[in-house]
Each structure stands twice: as C-alpha cells, then as structure tokens.
Design a protein around this ligand. Structure first.
Ligand code: MN
Length: 480
C-alpha cells in the first residue's frame, strides 16, 4: 500500500492469462477484415525448385527424403536470431518459411512431394494472439496454404498434418536441418543425402545464374555506396563500423541482406582474414580491404573483395603488393574453363605468389621447395583457401567429397570465386617494416561457360590503376 492508499484498479490480482478468459477470446476473434496475402517470390522460383526436385529424385530413386527449412535459434525468451531458411531446402522448394518441411516419397518413376508449412494463426485461433511465431497479430497477415500451393506448384499441407505420416518417415534420409524431426520419427540424418544435394547444387541452371548475376550486380553497387562513405567515415571518426553498416543496409534494401558477415578491414586489420569485428578507424593513407556480398531475395549470394586506397592513391608498397596479387588472380582466372581440374587455378595462383615472395626475399627456401606439398612456406602470408563454389551458400556445396569438388573437372554452370591475397600482419617479424600491416585480396565471382568462363563481378577493376580511378571517382561523389 502506498502512503496515499491509491492503487490502480485490480492491482494485486494475478496477471490475467488471456487465453483462459472467454470474454477476451470471444472479443478478439471478431470483426477483422480478411486480408489476402500471397507469397512474395522471385519470378521463376517455383519452376527452378521443381526441376531441382526432379534431379534429386533421379539421384536417389526409391528413397524417402525429408528436408526442413529449420528454426531460428532463440536469443532470449520469445526473441530469436534472424531466421534464414536452410539452403538445400530452399533449393528444393523455393520456400523460405520457418519450420516448413518437405517430404518426398518414392513412387514408380519418381517421387511425390508434399510441402508442410505452419498454417498462420488467424482471427478465431488462440494462436492469433498467443503465438509469437505464427500468430498474425504478432507477425502480420501471412500467406495461407492454398496461396503457397498456387505459388510453388506443389502439394501443400499444414505442418500439423505431418504427425499422421510420421511412421512413414522411419528410415528416411533426412537433411541436417531436419535433425530434430529425424530424431523424433526415427529418420536418418544422412551424409549421403547431404553429399548428393551438395553435388547437385554445384551446377547452376540458367535461373540460378540469373540470381547470382543480380546478387553480384547489387554487390558492385554496394561497393560504390561504401566507397562514397569513406571520406565521411574518416572525417567524422565513424570508422569501419560505418562502412559495414552502409553495406549491410544496402544489402538489406536491395536483397535479403549480407550473404555472410561483412569484412571491412582498414590498415592493420586488412591482413586479418575474417575481420568481422569492424570496430576500428579508417586509417586515411592505408589500404582498405572490403569483402562484401549481397544475398539476393532468392537467397543466392555474391562474394566479392576489393582492396582500395582510402586516400584514392596506393602507396608504393601497397601498389606492389596489389600488383602481385593481381598477377596471381589473373593466372588463376585463366584456368577457369570446362575440362580443367578445379584445383588447377589454385596451383597457378600459388606459383605466382611464391615466385613474387621469393623475388622480394621473403621465402626461406627455393620457389620449388615452397610450392612442393612438403613445403608451402609461402602460405605463411596466404594461409586461407583462394576460392570456393558459390550459390545459395557463400561456401556452397561444402558437403561434397574431395573427388567431387577439389579433384573434379570444371563443367559449365559451375560458379566459383577466385580470391588470392597477401596478408602481411603488423607483428610479423619476417617482414620489412614497409610491408607490415598491408593486406590485399582480390575476389571475383566466376561462371564456367561452355567454352571458358565469365567474370560476373568484372564491373569492379582488378588492376591497381583501375582500382585507384574507381575509388577516386567515388570519393569525389559522396552519397547524398
Ligand atoms: Mn570468398
């Protein structure tokens, strides 16, 4: 009791449980207008997904397959980390609904596919006001199951109907994202399924290539948006955070978001391979490494890196490092074509790197000894991989076995990155002072075509003079 004795009405009674109050549930169920909502899909999504299901069906005849979109991890109470549907599930369905499940059951000549989607809770359902994941009062009006079936051209059932079929799923191949469902129904989280999906996803169809082109184009525009903010980031002390935020906002606006954690590394941060802390200043005369990719709304992502001079002009040392990385990059790009083994680009780029480091007196052994499988001394300054498949995942097809990936021949429709670099850390005592704290990476997204390859990110220059001219143009025309 307060001193004045005044408390609000019913103060001291238990907090009301709305679902247990008939007057409330009756009241909130009434008088809502019907809002038609249709799935917001990129054109061509349904057709591509149907073709992907056919490919999986042909690869795993007679197998029941279960795939799931997955569930966002909880951050706190009813607040989850951002949801992003599992890539193989999206590849098979085109659907990005949290908790949705695809079941493919074998029949003569193929599979029947049913997509189970959590039905939105609408006025009249208790979940309408009480379910923060699927209640429309919480998440807004949502597409219904008939609209999903229409948009995707697949049989759609409410997720609640899946329980009636659980006995059929015993022994089925389940994707990793469906692990909790698999545990419940006795399905097998299957490496064979993951590997098969990974291998199938390696060859992109025309629609997927179009999505990747869009993602790359949006990323190229994002690089320009970031470069235009460099003067402000320096002048106002806003630092790497500002540039990271600039790209991520661009990615969210023109795509689904960043396809991976944006890397903005200025000066001594540039050699740090995964500098995603992005909490340092933009050093005015240092090189600035930008590794940034827009994930399109279809969830296909770009993965592009350029290293630009924050001032518009590279120092002599920065330019020499950039020139060597450019030569390695060109040597790698030259080997991207059908019939060439995937790893050849790696060895071609590494030969250039090792020779260059040798010429600078940085190799403790001969070039040949460094390049040999028992040496690899040059990798001190380039310890990461210098390429990977690209698609719905930034490191796409990562469940493929060595002989299907590293050791396989390139074929038309493969999309991959080539990304050599040199990473001269600030505290590396093997380096002369002028090289310490310089990190340069050049990363392009490359499509293997029928006769050769196409650099999808070719709108961004790779030579030092071109990078300087591109950067100066942006520095002189800041964003409005
Ligand atoms: Mn990459």
């Amino acid at each position: 009791m307060t001193e004045t004795g005044i408390r609000p009405p019913y103060a001291g009674s238990r907090y009301p449980r709305l679902a247990q109050i008939p007057a409330f549930t009756e009241c909130i169920a009434r008088d809502w207008d019907t809002v038609p909502v249709f799935p917001d899909l990129v054109a061509g999504t349904a057709e591509a997904a149907a073709a992907h299901r056919d490919r999986l069906s042909a690869a795993l005849p007679g197998r029941t397959v279960v795939a799931s979109a997955g569930t966002a991890p909880v951050r706190n109470d009813d607040s989850n980390y951002g949801f992003r549907a599992d890539s193989s599930f999206v590849w098979l369905t085109g659907c990005q609904s949290e908790d949705a499940v695809l079941v493919m059951t074998p029949r003569a000549g193929g599979h029947d596919a049913v997509l189970y989607i959590p039905a939105p809770f609408r006025p009249g359902d208790d979940g309408f006001f009480s379910n923060a994941a699927h209640g429309e009062l919480w998440v807004g009006p949502s597409a219904g199951l008939p609209e999903w079936a229409d948009a995707l051209g697949i049989a759609v059932q409410p997720l609640s109907a899946l329980s009636a079929r659980e006995s059929e799923l015993r022994g089925a191949f389940a994707s990793r994202a469906a692990a909790s469902l698999a545990a419940r129904v006795g399905a097998e989280v299957s490496d064979e399924l993951e590997r098969t999906l990974s291998n199938l996803r390696m060859v992109k169809d025309d629609w997927e290539v179009g999505q990747l082109r869009d993602a790359v184009d949006a990323s190229v525009a994002g690089f320009a948006a970031v470069a235009r903010e460099v003067p402000r980031a320096i002048a106002e002390g806003l630092g790497e955070r500002w540039l990271q935020g600039t790209f991520d906002r661009h990615a969210r606006t023109f795509g689904n978001g960043p396809g991976y954690s944006t890397i903005v590394g200025s000066g001594g941060h540039a050699p740090i391979l995964h500098w995603v802390r992005c909490d340092g200043p933009i050093v005015p005369h240092a090189a600035l490494l930008l590794d940034m990719g827009v994930e399109a709304r279809s969830l296909y992502t770009a993965d592009v890196t350029r290293t630009i001079p924050a001032s518009g002009t590279f120092s002599t040392a920065q330019r020499e490092v950039h020139d060597l990385v450019e030569r390695a990059h060109r040597a790698g790009l030259a080997l991207i074509r059908p019939g060439v083994e995937y790893l050849d680009f790696h060895f071609a780029a590494m030969e250039v790197i090792a020779q260059g480091l040798h010429d600078w007196g940085l190799l403790p052994v001969s070039v040949d000894e460094a390049l040999s499988p028992q040496g690899q001394h040059h990798r001190r300054y380039l310890a990461c991989g210098i390429g990977h498949h690209l698609g719905l995942d930034v490191h796409d097809c990562s469940q493929s076995h060595y002989e299907d990936y590293m050791g396989a021949d390139l074929v038309p429709g493969v999309v991959m990155t080539v990304e050599p670099g040199l990473y001269f850390h600030q505290h590396d005592l093997t380096l002369p002072p002028e090289l310490r704290g310089i990190g340069v990476r050049l990363e392009d997204d490359v499509l293997v075509t029928a006769r050769g390859s196409e650099v999808l990110s070719a709108a961004l220059p790779i030579d030092a003079a071109g990078v300087e001219a591109w950067t100066l143009d942006k520095l002189e025309t800041p964003n409005r």
